[in-house]
Design a protein around this ligand. Structure first.
Ligand code: FMN
Length: 224
């Protein structure tokens, strides 16, 4: 098991620290900046379409940035945690994603369901968090605490519970960083455009980002 994942805690470090420029309601005047991390291996797929449907509802003053992991491929993650310090990336896809991640109050992982979980692109992005957590001077964990993680996914299977591993991955990752978790917006589809026929998903998209998400909790923690 990943050593950092073994260091679990009931109250993640920094969870009590108010996040920068962040309040809970979309209607509030505090600046909100959404980063959409696109994890499909194709452009204009169902996940991206569904994410756009949800994003259309965001108030005009809310920032939106969209980054495709396929267009900005990250190198395979190299685990240096126990040999040497990670260094802050510069001038590459990792630097772009790190800066964009740190600039976002709301991070939306838009991943198709691949083998019941997040795509390899998204998994690699999350693996890079492990390096960022150990990069001296970055303070990644404290800075991410209190921000909100959201998920959007499209899947071919009709029964949505098969996406539980993806939902669990995102919930637990948010819990580890002391983030809020807004849940996962699910839509059904196989070929691009199919999700536009999923009327229930489109209805859920309309209010998805309007929720006030709670701090993510591991299943063994009692609700705050
Ligand atoms: C590598 C791969 C793995 C997939 N695994 C699953 C799966 O486990 N369950 C499922 O319901 N659909 C699965 N699918 C179907 C996709 O989730 C579906 O086509 C979805 O619409 C793709 O999202 P996109 O259009 O945003 O790329 C898989 C597709 C691919 C290419």
């Amino acid at each position: 098991m990943h050593a950092h994942m073994m260091h679990v805690q009931a109250a993640p470090v920094g969870a009590a620290t108010p996040p920068p420029c962040r309040d809970n309601h979309l209607g509030d005047t505090m600046a909100r900046d959404f980063l959409f991390v696109l994890g499909s291996s194709r452009a204009d797929g169902n996940t991206e379409m569904l994410a756009h449907k949800a994003a259309e509802q965001l108030p005009a003053g809310v920032g939106q940035r969209w980054i495709s992991l396929a267009e900005h491929p990250l190198p395979d993650f190299e685990d240096l945690r126990h040999d040497s310090d990670h260094v802050r990336p510069e001038g590459d896809a990792a630097a772009l994603l790190l800066d964009a991640t740190l600039a976002a109050t709301d991070l939306v992982i838009a991943s198709p369901l691949y083998w019941y979980s997040v795509s390899a692109h998204v998994k690699r992005y999350l693996d890079h968090w492990s390096g960022w957590l150990r990069t001296p001077g970055l303070d990644f964990k404290r800075r991410m605490a209190g921000r909100t993680l959201w998920g959007v996914t499209a899947l071919a299977h009709e029964e949505e519970e098969v996406a539980d591993p993806l939902v669990t991955t995102l919930n637990h990752s948010a819990a580890y960083l002391g983030m809020r978790f807004g849940g996962v917006l699910l839509g059904n589809g196989s070929k691009p455009g199919d999700v536009l026929n999923d009327t229930a998903a489109l209805a859920r998209a309309k209010t998805f980002f309007a929720q006030e998400p709670p701090l993510a909790r591991y299943p063994y923690e009692t609700a705050a």
